[in-house]
Write a protein that binds this ligand. Sequence first.
Ligand SMILES: Cc1ncc(COP(=O)(O)O)c(C=O)c1O
Length: 395
Amino acid sequence: MFEDCFSERIKNTPSSFVREILKVIQNPEIISFAGGLPNPISFPQEEFKASMTRIADKYKDKLYQYSTTLGLDSLRNFIAERYKKIHKMDIDIGNIIITTGSQQALDLLGKVFVNEGDNVLVEKPSYLGLLQTFCLYRANFIPTKLNNDGLDIDELNYNLEKYKPKLAYLIPNFQNPTGLTYTKENREKVFNSVKDKNIFIIQDDPYGELRFTEEERIPYIGINQSEKNIYLGSFSKIIAPGMRLGYIIANKEIIRMLETAKQASDLHSNIFAQYLTSDYLENNDLDKHIVKIKNLYKMQAQTMVDSMKEYFPSNVKYTIPKGGMFSWAEIPEGKSVLKLFDKAIAKNVAFVPGHPFYVNPNPDTVNTLRLNYTNADSKTIKTGIKRLSEAMAEI
Ligand SMILES: Cc1ncc(COP(=O)(O)O)c(C=O)c1O
């Protein structure tokens, strides 16, 4: 009825496949490996209850009032100190803006940087939430192959030379959807390739803290070496996604532009959630909490890998997660993952087919799928993988 009234921008933007799947799989009989949902048993509910009482007494009416666009100073300060300590990042509070989840960070970056037709280099495959957001700003995506060790350097160099992208959007740690992490060597090569180019590098890192192995943290690409580096962080996967709190760390000139964009978007992120999270962080040990989550997810990931080993046909490949929330599987070429999806739903198990993570995909030829292991207990994971294997045998 209103077809002619909607903007070209929205008409050309696909709705999020994952969000659509989440609607379909409300049925409690379905075992879902589809969403990227943290395990609810990891939410610090008791600690939040204590924080709620404390902030109600301490901050009173401030909890319910409008607040500043950049975000609560105590929270920004916590982030600045943490990044200085952990990442040796050379920043202060003026380099930080709080956002309504990292998803809003992506939207604000789109608003601030992307003119229609601008070239944006993305991993292939990439996070579908970024593809959707930047599609609204009518970016021209330049997909660049992701290998086991990180970005394909030859393809990166070719794309940098040919398309001169204005931005690159990268997820260097436990990538969504593949679970891959760039090696130290790959990060150095990526930085060497981009350092003399006129390109901003967005490093989106919601999963970096969720490393299962004892290996050392690998530094970000070009850390402290470029004013064109933009870092995104989120409390969704290490505290609770319902708080909708993330942040951007960037050069102060960029932060000023983001502040203007955010004023126009939502004035500021939910101030109650900011006070609550800030109080939680002041009164609890975040690192200890993260260790609990990592132990839980490590066990769940292991259960999924063991089950895939036991049940999947031998011609199905899959990644072995070393952190984060996902494994990425590949069925033999020529087999349809959409057909597999239908068979799987009929057996009450769900996953995300690979195609929404690609730019201009042909869903009929995509043979990859994303499996999330964080939102089901071990018994459920095992049952779900067994059902999925039965569906694989039918296609
Ligand atoms: C790579 C990546 N970026 C951003 C987000 C958005 O996270 P949030 O808005 O909850 O911080 C997600 C969520 O799954 C993600 O995987």
